[in-house]
Structures are given as structure tokens and as C-alpha cells.
Design a protein around this ligand. Sequence first.
Ligand SMILES: [Zn+2]
Length: 780
Amino acid sequence: MCRVTRKRRAASALTVMASRFRDRRSAIRRSIARRCTATKGESAMKTLRRLSCLAGMLLLPSLFAPLGADARPLPAGSLAPLSSLLMPLPSVVGAHLIMSRLSSAPQHARAGHVYVLHGSVVNDGSAAARGPVVVHLLRVGTRPLAIGRTVVGLAAHDSTDVGVRIRLPRGLHNGSYTLVACVQRAGRSGKLGCVTAERHLQIGPRSRTRAARVSAAAPSAACSSGAHSLSPFGAHVYPETGNGGYTSLHTDVYLNYDTASNLFLPGTHVVLSNQATQCLTDFSLDFERTSPNTKDGPDLTVGSVLVNGQPASFTFVQPTYPGDPNGQNDPDPRAHEAGQLNPVGGPDNNPLPPACSPELLSTNPNKQFDLDGTQCPANKLVITPSSAIPSGASFVVEVDYTGRPGVHNDGDGTTEGWFRISQQNDAGGFVTTEPVATEDWMPLNNHPSSKPTYDFYDTVPLGKTAIGNGELVSQLANLPDANFPGGSTTWHWHSPEGIASYLVENSIGSYDLSVRLSSSGIQYYEAQDLAIPKPKAAANKAIMDMQEDILNFQSAFNGTYPFTTDGVVIGVPAASFEEEMQTKITFANGKIDLQTLHHENMHQWWGDNVSEANYNLTFFKEGLATLGEYFFIAANAQAAAGGSAAAFEQSLVNTFNTVYAGSDLLWTGAPSDPRPYTLFSGSKTYRRPGIAYIALRLILGPANFNAAFQQIQSTYRQWSVSEAQLESAFESFLPVPSASCRARLGQFFTEWWDTVYPPGGGANRPQITGPGLDGGGFHC
Ligand SMILES: [Zn+2]
């Protein structure tokens, strides 16, 4: 996350944007009217008929031919086959081709063999177009290979089914590949539109599986409740989040979202696939249905809960401070109080640790302790299945819910979560959620160490775009129904990689979405709200286009990029921060800047692939993202000096020395012991650890430092890391691994990460630095 822009507000700019917004819905209605001879000013019924007319235009017989036998069927509860037709995007002037779907290759497809993949192409533009459909084979770190091609010609507002013959090259290296089909919007020119076959192609044995990471199931003990928190005793930074007794493996999200009313409609549900790590009588999720923020907070209702398809009882309870010896149902009300610190204190001098972080409605520092000692809201959704779940068993939880998603008020008074977009001709949501607000729009195991994989099936009004993490699998249109009388589109996004709770992305609205294929086998998605004025959007795009260069630059330090996709979403709400949403970095206020993109992209390795084991380790990944900014500044210095490597190194030294001479704020709190109010303070969470990594790089030597990075990325891939694990990993790359050097490095970490200094600077700050840096250097 980057909260540099926290205080910015852009309300007046948004008004200007809105006036320039082209009404896409009107455009499509005009277009339909032309083709279907409807007239202006019709009733709602006529509107329906016109949409049906459009559906008719798109209902080619070939669409209803079954997909290849290997294709994965649409999930239960999703589209019925006959209500499904191809996605008619709003009409645009000129040709506008999009790929709508692509089937997967057979499960056991082999190198050197030939297969036929089935896909669909739509032209939602006003002009005919002809151009190639190309199927590419992608693998991170290698060039995309075009392995199949056909040509489609489409009239305006037409669609077609295609079969593409692909040949998998002989001698493919072992690994996981994605199959991606693309068309250009104007046939032979314009932005790319691509879809990815949901099932990846696996050549050779799979690499280490996620399943191996599932905690060992406890031996058969008496069945009991799962823990209502994943934090240890005494934790005081969001101790209310996370749930024990099971591991989250995969989540399917089905949102039926009406952009105009900002409501989740009937049919909205999540399906959470878990594995029990103990015998469970009951277990919990995190879900904030309502909040003190009555204007922008959520207002959600749970309809039903199923466990393994059977109705389960559920209730909402307050959190209890972790480790309460009286149990999770402690009748003492003091066991359920909010607080910034341990103990709660507050007006009643509560000696117990806090059960939750306060949801402040103000960012005024004088008000940060105002809610200490107040009761925590009942945001723990406790589910009791009809029979106990055995230890080690897989189980599936379905939660149906409806209502208004919203934002969460943090322990520092800022908000994050589902930001509503509501202006003329531009309605929807923009999701940016660190640290805890995913529970303000969906129930989940809300903790950064919980990292299920995801599929998103967002059904939204016709013409709206939904954006999730990972790969776009399909966009399929539905006939009008009770939820969407004007028709709808279901967008399916698939993340093959696990996602930490605060990095789940799901923005829905009037976004212009395109994708680029890079020479390194990564798909780069770019999305901007259409309300952003064209000159600004063009400037934004120029920066988004640099993401590939940034990623390649950062790979030299961090090693191979850990995901199959990367991307940026630029929204218009005045959210006060940018965030490293996994593979879909979010920028607010309608703009992006290059240095912050370096910061957020660095997070894709640090925070996203390797997550913090708990909130107090936020400094670990924010420090590394800040280091990404320092690397960017150093690279500019190097370029200005004609490519001199010495200039790169000198820039880092200068950065260290400048920050090290900085204010008391850097030293008067420990990065590893924040309170909710200071979790995102620039000095202790960003700059102090940021320059600590510069020092560490010089202590280890740049080559060893990079090697340590890459080993941590590999060891903790799609997982989380603790402070002790991190320190141990760096220690193993000490150039002189003597006992005294190890001890000295241990002291270095203690000084930089864990020590509170009195004000004054000078001796009241870390004294162990690094070779050639101000301070005491590193001697052992
Ligand atoms: Zn950050």
C-alpha cells in the first residue's frame, strides 16, 4: 500500500469527468434501435424486447453446440446454457472485436500433439471487421508461442464460434503453461482482447503443490470449536481477524451486483473450500454486515449457510481477545473490548488485551483512543454444521447474502473496502481493501496468512466491466431476468495463485479493459474508469505501459515473477491510497504515478507472493516496497550518469544517509510493534525498514542480497513469512558466517525492527548500519 496521497481529495475533478463521460448504455440502445426498428421513447417492455432482439442477433446456432469434452462446465448456480449468449459490449463507433471464451486443452494434453480449442468472438462495434484469432502458449519467463490461428470476419453486432487447431511444440520444457486466445479490437489493429483457458497445461510433474502447505491435521482429539482469531495472546493490531481449525484452500465468489443501486442482488454467494486441521464442532468466518459508518459502510444480510450442501445454523458473535483462558464465550464483557494497545485500558482501565481494533470515524490524532474500552462489533460469523467435521476432512461452505457492500473504518480513521462510484453515467464500485475490509463485501477467513486460490463470477448490468485477480477466463451475456431486466454479463476471473485476504480485487463499473502479452510470457491487464478525461487517460496509459519494464527491472533483484499476470486498475473514487491488489494494482483518484507503480509492483513479490504472517509485520513488505522506490531513484541516477553502476550504488548510499539523518519519528516507535493508529505511518512502516534493507544489502553484498531475496521467494512462495524466518533467511547469506557476525546481524535486526528509541536522534537510533554508510557501519 502507498498512502502518500492519503489526504488528497478530487471531488471537483470528478464533476468535470462526469460531464465528459459518454453514455455507453445510451449508445447500445441507439444501436439496437437501429437494427430492430424500435423507436425512441419506448416503455420498459419495449426496452426488453429490444434487448431480446440483440440477443437474437447473437444467438448463433453454433453457440449452443457443446464445448469440447475437456471443457470445464460452468459452475452450478451460474448460467443455464440456454440463457447464455455472447457478451454484447456497448456499441462503439467502428469495429470492436473481443474474445468471449476459450476452452481448455484436454487434461492430459502432451507436447507434439494437435488439439482443437473452441472459442467465441464478438463484434460489438458498429462496423464489420476481419482479423486473426491467435492462440498463444504462455509461460512466465519465456517468449509466448503462437500455436494456432484462424481468421474471423464479423459484421457489426455479430458473433461467431471458432475452432482453433493448435499444435503443442515438441520438446516443451516441464512446467505450467497458459493458453491464451486474442483478437485485436479492429481486426488487424487496436488494443488486444484476450481470454485464458481456465485449466492450465501441465507438462511434466507439477511443482510443489499448495496442498503440501496445509497444516498437518491434529490427531484425533475431542471435537471442539475452531479459534475465532489467528493472532497470538496480546496482539493489538486487528486481533479480531482470521479463524482457526481449518485451512482455506479455494474460494468461488458469485456476485450479482447492480451498479446503479450499489447492491448485491439475490443469488450472491461465496463458496469456500476448506480443510479441517482439527475435529470441528463449529468454526467461524469474518463478515462485517453493518458498521458505525452508516453512509459508506456495508449493510449486508446473510440469507443462509450450507456446509457440504446441508443447511447449517449460524450466528454472529463478538470477537474475544486471543488466548482468553475463559474461552471464546467468556461472559466477561471486558474480554470483548476494542483498544489500540495491550492492555485495553480505556475509561474502565480494562487490564485485558483488546479483542478488536477500534473503528475510528475520524483521523484526528486526538481521537485515536476515543473508542478504547468500547464493545467490539459482532463480526464473527460462527457456523455450526449438522454434524462435526472430522480432522483432515475437506469441507465446503456456502454463504448466501445480499445488500450493500461498503468500506471499513480503520484503527487510524481512514477507510478502505468497496468504494461506491455514483455519478451521472458512471456507477459501480472500486475495491481497495488493506488491511481488513474484504469482510465488508464478502465473508472470508480474513487474515493475511490465509491464502486460498479464487474464481470470480461477477454478474453485472450489460455494458459494465468486472475486474478480478488473475486471468480473464470468459465474459458471457445473459438474457434479461428479475435481477437484471436490461440483461447482464457474467465475468469470470481465475487466480491460480493463492491470494492474501487484503489483496482480493473485485472492481465493477465502467472500465476500459485491455491486455498486452509480453515477451516474458506475462499478461498485463490495463483498466481505467471511462470517466477519466481522455488526455489524462492517455497519460495514465503511458505509465501503465511501463509496468513490463518495471517488472523486468525488479526481477533482477527478486527473481522470477511469481504470477501469470500483472496489471493496473485506475478508479475514480477518492480512496486515500494506492494498493498492491494481487496482479491488479489499484490507483485511486483517476491517476497513476511512476514511482508509486514501482512501489506497488515490488509488492507483487513482497506482500503478495510472500505475505506477512501477521499485521505487525506490515513493515517487512512496506519496507521492501519502499526499497523498490529507492531502486527506481537509483536507476534514474544511473541513467543520468550514462549508465554508471557506481551512480546506482551512490544513490542508495545518499538515500540511506538522508533518511538516517531524519526526524525522531523514525526512531520513537518499533516497526514490528505498531498500533492500529500507526500501522501505515510513513516513517516507521516505510522509510525506517526501507533504509534498513539498503544497509542489509551492503552487509550481505548485492549478489548475496539478491540470492537471499530469491531464496525467500522460493521457500515461502504463495505463503507467509514470520520475522524469525525472514531474519534466519538473510542470516544464511552472510558472507562471513561466523558466530560473531551472526550475533551482530541479530543485533542489527533488533535495532532496526524492534527497538523503541527515546527522542533526540544521534545515539538514539540504530547504530549498526552497513559498510560505507553513516552510523556505525557493520563490524564483526
Ligand atoms: Zn505499500
